[in-house]
Ligand binder design. Sequence first.
Ligand code: URA
Length: 217
Amino acid sequence: MIITNLGDSNSVLNQFIAEIRDKDIQKNQMRFRRNLERIGEIFAYEISKKLNYRPAEVTTPLGIAGCSMPSDEIVLATILRAGLPLHNGFLNYFDHAQNAFIAAYRKYGKDNKFDINLEYCTCPSIEGKVLILIDTMLATGASLALAYQKLLENGTPEAVHLACPIASRDGVEYLSKNMPHRNVYLWVGAVDEELTNKSYIVPGLGDAGDLAYGDKH
Ligand code: URA
């Protein structure tokens, strides 16, 4: 797996990541969602540099211009619900992409241990396509790896891009060990060192789904 931390170089991405983490700014739900969407747009642009392109021609009012156009078929897959604003950001750039959604939630048992329950999953064929699997927070990595396995029921993708703006060190290590090495890319915006005993990322940002769409209860 090839890992890229887009937060390592200075860009406006780091401002958007700071804003989704900021406990005052994140109170504004609309701004939180819009910042995630902006982050999705930036991730999409960076990932677009790894796609395949074909030469093409476009007719302008004055003549014919040569250009290169993405030639891959893309499936954007998002883990509900925190990934939804990011998904929109990706769709703003990959507007021809097909879409997949998968619901994953933590079912806590004793000692803050949890199983990941996967429920609703809708996915077109991913055979030979570029799969972009999106989740806002990469905490333990378990839900992303399980979601990936579930999506594979729909074919074998040519390449896989995992997009997670905020990651934990443990999550990155888990995916490094549990995802295939060939043609799998992990894109993050920040890597945080700690997890709480309930596997929340520290400093992280809190519960991304609640911040985007309100409390569950
Ligand atoms: N999901 C979240 O929303 N936040 C975390 O810190 C971890 C998982």
